[in-house]
Design a protein around this ligand. Structure first.
Ligand code: SF4
Ligand code: SF4
Ligand code: SF4
Length: 580
């Protein structure tokens, strides 16, 4: 591809032909505002609808302003991004958007996190000169995960691009025309009547509060006030790698110790770690894998810890329901273990235990309510809040996060290994399972536990691991579009893998729909992944089957991994799904 040279704001830059003005400006660290453009984690899934017209710039020799996101550069091009004409045009666009917007910023879910609000402030919009009809729509709060409030939609179509091109779920698209246009499920159906996976990736990219998570914070406050309840909190591995961002820490700062201390200050009776259950997941999943391998069972085995991914295959690949592992997710295993093993140990009635999960994920809110995840009318998990919601709670409580001293999780369900920590990033579950399966199958010590081949950010990664005489073929996919590609290969019989890890969110849980807003930034995503691998390296025990508390749990209570009791408590089944 040939190179072209252009000038932006008097600075020269050389870029490949076909590059847009917006991309070229980025290389010069020149910020051009936009509300619709999105380059999600460099996935080349760019939302380039040029629908907001906020990124308009002046190009020498052209009468009309050009949208920087959709205008390719040419040799000798001269661009000015900050002329009065461009700024005025942007201000007009923002005023027009605000003229059909509720303007209830102070009480809005996205207050201080809204891109429209921030842009209006940057442009000094203090007066809206346009008046007209304001659109109003019923709020869709049918699901446990996501709220759609179209009154706040600015029709940027980022959600549509993410849902259709990245996730290939095709729930959201533009319907109707002109002033009536909305981005919605077909026939205006509520989310619960669609094949939405509740991955929350649309929420993660929505610039306004048109798409938000269901707010479960009030339920947690109520539980903490209730003296009759023994309130236990569990935190997923990806939370600690991103929570600090909400308090001004650099992306990739591991704030595990402060997070534990903050949760204790909130008043939880026990602060435990989902990582304990992730180690148990590996005991079960690796046993299931070894069992399938040795008894001619169905291969490849697919991981099943991601509820977004589970719902995806229940809708779209229901002919393959016997392929995924039957293991519950770590969040659900944790709930089941606490309300059985731990309750018995402590002499507490499971009905009086309340489990609060802090998750990077919106699909976990839906998962907690699935009827099969409970026993005798008691759900395994009671309330799920996201990383963002935890940050909100800590701010509400006036906790000075930055000055907290590091504290450790409570025992026994706070004990974990490096293998469980890496569940938080793409490739981590497979790597953790390989560490255990290798030792079980070879009866020897695995000296180097780092399976670098399955790490990274490529959408689909493949590797071969020699175990005894067998070349074990494994694959990793993150993002449901990539998952679809692998599943289609399995369906057609083309795939010859032994094990596959799938995570619904690009990057895995570190890029989950409940994490601090990433705005598609790949560098932040990579920094979160390195925080996860850093914590794994720091652990003295890095294989799940060596977790002393997990060993004790099986010895005292559970019996054999993948045994009868384990099936009852830690495994599940899948169903063909048409709606929620
Ligand atoms: S949650 Fe995921 S599947 Fe559902 S609409 Fe949003 S992007 Fe699509
Ligand atoms: S719901 Fe949000 S992301 Fe989707 S079009 Fe509206 S403003 Fe954009
Ligand atoms: S990848 Fe993680 S955050 Fe995303 S849906 Fe799955 S479990 Fe939730």
């Amino acid at each position: 591809m040939s190179l072209v040279t252009l000038t932006i704001n008097n600075k020269q830059v050389e870029v490949e032909e076909g590059t847009t003005i917006l991309e070229a400006a980025k290389l010069l660290n020149i910020k051009i505002p936009t509300l619709c453009h999105l380059n999600l984690h460099d996935l080349k899934m760019v939302n380039q609808t040029a629908s907001c017209r906020v990124c308009v710039v002046e190009v020498e020799g052209r009468r009309n302003l050009a949208p920087a996101c959709a205008t390719p550069v040419f040799n000798g091009m001269v661009v000015k991004t900050n002329t009065i004409k461009a700024i005025k045009a942007r201000r007009t666009v923002v005023e027009l958007l605000l003229s059909d917007h509720p303007k209830d910023c102070l009480t809005c879910e996205k207050n201080t996190n809204c891109e429209l609000q921030a842009l209006a402030a940057d442009l000094g919009v203090s007066n809206i000169r346009y008046e007209g009809k304001i659109s109003t729509y019923p709020i869709d709060n049918s699901s446990k995960s996501i709220v759609r409030n179209l009154d706040k939609c600015i029709l940027c179509r980022r959600c549509e691009t993410v849902c259709n091109k990245v996730q290939t779920v095709n729930v959201l698209s533009g319907v109707d025309r002109g002033f009536e246009t909305v981005v919605a499920p077909a026939f205006g159906l509520p989310m619960t009547e669609t094949s939405c996976t509740f991955c929350g990736q649309c929420v993660a990219v929505c610039p306004t509060a048109a798409l938000t998570e269901v707010n479960n914070v009030p339920e947690v406050w109520r539980a903490l006030k209730n003296k009759d309840k023994y309130v236990v909190v569990q935190t997923a591995p990806a939370v600690r790698a991103a929570l600090g961002e909400e308090f001004g820490y650099e992306p990739g700062t591991d704030v595990t110790g402060k997070m534990v201390s903050a949760l204790r200050s909130l008043g939880f009776d026990k602060v435990f770690d989902t990582d304990f259950a992730a180690d148990v997941t590996i005991m079960e999943e690796a046993s299931e894998f070894v069992h399938r391998l040795q008894h001619g069972g169905k291969l490849p085995i697919l991981t099943s810890c991601c509820p977004g991914w589970v719902k995806f295959f229940e809708h779209q690949f229901s002919d393959l329901l016997d392929v995924p592992s039957t293991c519950k997710s770590p969040q659900e295993m944790f709930g089941a273990i606490t309300k059985s093993y731990y309750a018995e140990k402590m002499g507490i009635d499971p009905k009086n235990i309340m489990i609060v999960s802090v998750m990077p994920c919106l699909a976990k809110k839906y998962e907690a309510a699935r009827p099969e995840f409970g026993k005798d009318g008691v759900q395994d998990v009671d309330v799920v809040i996201s990383t963002r919601e935890l940050a909100k709670m800590l701010k509400e409580a006036g906790i000075d996060f930055n000055s907290l001293e590091d504290e450790n999780f409570d025992n026994p369900l706070g004990e974990s290994t490096g293998a469980s920590v890496i569940f938080g990033t793409t490739g981590g579950v497979l790597e953790a399972a390989l560490r255990t399966a290798y030792e079980w199958l070879t009866n020897s010590t695995l000296e180097n536990v780092d399976f670098e081949q399955v790490r990274g950010i490529e959408g689909i990664r493949e590797a071969t691991v020699k175990i005894n005489d067998l070349d074990v073929k494994v694959a990793v996919a993150h993002g449901l579009g990539n998952a679809r590609k692998l599943l289609e290969k399995i369906r057609s019989g083309e795939a010859n893998y032994h094990a596959i890890e799938i995570m619904a969110c690009p990057g895995g849980c570190i890029g989950g729909g409940g994490q601090p807003y990433l705005k598609g930034d790949i560098e932040t995503l990579k920094a979160r992944a390195s925080a996860i691998y850093g914590e794994d390296k720091k652990k003295t025990i890095r294989k799940s089957h060596e977790n002393p508390e997990v060993i004790k749990f099986y010895k005292e209570y559970m019996g054999e991994p993948y045994g009868e009791k384990a099936h009852e408590l830690l495994h599940t089944h899948y169903v063909k799904r048409q709606k929620m």
